[in-house]
Write a protein that binds this ligand. Structure first.
Ligand code: UDP
Length: 397
């Protein structure tokens, strides 16, 4: 049966559109779930992104939102802004250009988060979304979460519940606060669900959903398009290395020790190292070692090139959160250059060794994986449909 009031509302919106030539705040669409006459306003989601891993996560979710008839307004805070840290991901992963680019970067934590909060609040007041969606654990995540909470707009957090239990990491502070402000907590792993339960979230006014990891969705979508970085000459079987986390780059001793280990390993195995801009500013300066001639140094690569490197490497050494998981997706043993990880299931499975920054531990872990290929138990990060699960929950809410 036709619902008179919703048809009437839809007609009013359409009339407004044609009369004034304006895009209505709620664009009327047909709800394809029910009968053809049941027309509902499209739900509006404002998504906040700003850093490299967030572009990759958003690429998987944006598609699912569109497929589920959710209207997305994309806000790029500007936290990462170099062509090869930002633009390339929009191009390669066909993410629509952001509706807003706030251009905020190159500041300390307080100033950056504060300016983002102010600018995001303005966007939210203009857009009046039904939901704000944030990803991961950066300053952009926290600023988006705070802006939404203060305007009483429901907040959804993708990658909820992750904990390193190290409050010295700025990311840990960002995650804990963002989780606490969220109405929808989309958890990638069983461990992350359990972390929230242990913090009492079951008694809070929020929904927790175990949906798998959106980075797995992205890697399945884009791996068939992976391609080698331009000009790279390698026969495969190399050690892939990335390094950017503040706990390593802001500590001279740790950074020097890691670089010495990588340089030594390059005598045994070819090393390919796409260097993050933060690390590039430090290598070989003020008494810190530079990279040995045997290390192939690259600029940061695009996502398709990063996937190619992961597919062809023999081992990964990294302090990246995302790349630890990607190593697992592609069956690559991982030396994690940190003292703890949020992805503990990989360490438990034996395919990831926490080496910290100590040279000897890194060399030992490398030798371990040379002689012993680890197992990669399937299914740790879901089925590759995390984006769809997230979109369905937001649609149904
Ligand atoms: N990545 C990339 N180019 C690079 C290095 C990494 O596209 O030169 C990708 C990588 O495949 C992964 C993501 O960036 O998907 C990880 O981001 P990052 O290490 O900057 O952040 P984290 O995951 O530690 O938050």
């Amino acid at each position: 049966a036709c619902c008179f009031s919703c048809c009437f509302r839809a007609m009013a919106e359409i009339t407004k559109f044609f009369t004034f030539g304006l895009t209505p705040v709620h664009t009327p669409v047909k709800n394809n779930q029910e009968n053809a006459c049941n027309i509902q306003p499209m739900k509006k989601i404002v998504s906040i992104i700003g850093a490299r891993p967030q572009f990759i996560k958003a690429a998987a979710v944006c598609r699912a939102l569109k497929e589920n008839m959710l209207h997305e307004v994309l806000v790029h805070t500007g936290q990462h802004f170099d062509q090869n840290m930002s633009q390339v991901f929009f191009e390669q992963m066909q993410i629509a250009p952001p509706d807003y680019n706030l251009g905020i970067h190159g500041l300390g934590h307080g100033a950056m988060t504060g300016r983002m909060l102010e600018a995001i609040e303005e966007v939210l007041m203009a857009e009046k979304p039904d939901v704000v969606l944030v990803y991961g654990d950066t300053n952009s995540t926290l600023a988006g979460a705070l802006a939404a909470a203060k305007l009483l707009i429901p907040l959804a957090h993708v990658e909820a519940g992750l904990r390193s239990f190290n409050r010295l990491m700025p990311e840990e502070i960002n995650r804990i606060l963002t989780d606490r402000l969220s109405q929808w907590l989309f958890c990638p792993t069983i461990t992350s669900m359990n972390n929230l339960k242990a913090e009492g979230f079951e008694s809070f006014d929020c929904q927790m959903h175990l949906c798998g990891d959106v980075m797995y969705d992205a890697s399945l979508l884009f791996a068939p398009m992976s391609r080698p970085p331009a000009g790279l000459e390698t026969g495969g079987d190399f050690l892939l290395c990335t390094l950017h986390r503040a706990e390593n780059t802001d500590n001279r001793e740790r950074l020097a020790s890691i670089i010495e280990a990588i340089n030594q390993l390059s005598q045994n195995m070819q090393v390919v190292f796409p260097v993050h801009p933060r690390t590039a500013r430090l290598l070989g300066r003020d008494g810190l070692p530079g990279l040995a001639p045997g290390v192939i140094r690259l600029q940061p690569v695009g996502y398709l090139e990063s996937l190619w490197l992961l597919r062809h490497a023999r081992m990964l050494a990294t302090d990246s959160g995302g790349m630890q998981k990607e190593a697992y997706f592609f069956g690559l043993p991982c030396l994690t250059l940190r003292d703890e990880t949020e992805w503990v299931e990989l360490v438990d499975a034996g395919c990831n060794i926490l080496c910290g920054a100590e040279k000897n531990r890194i060399l030992q872990a490398y030798s371990h994986f040379i002689y012993q290929k680890p197992a990669f138990p399937p299914g740790l990060y879901g089925k590759g449909n995390a984006g769809q699960i997230i979109a369905r929950h937001l649609y149904d809410s």
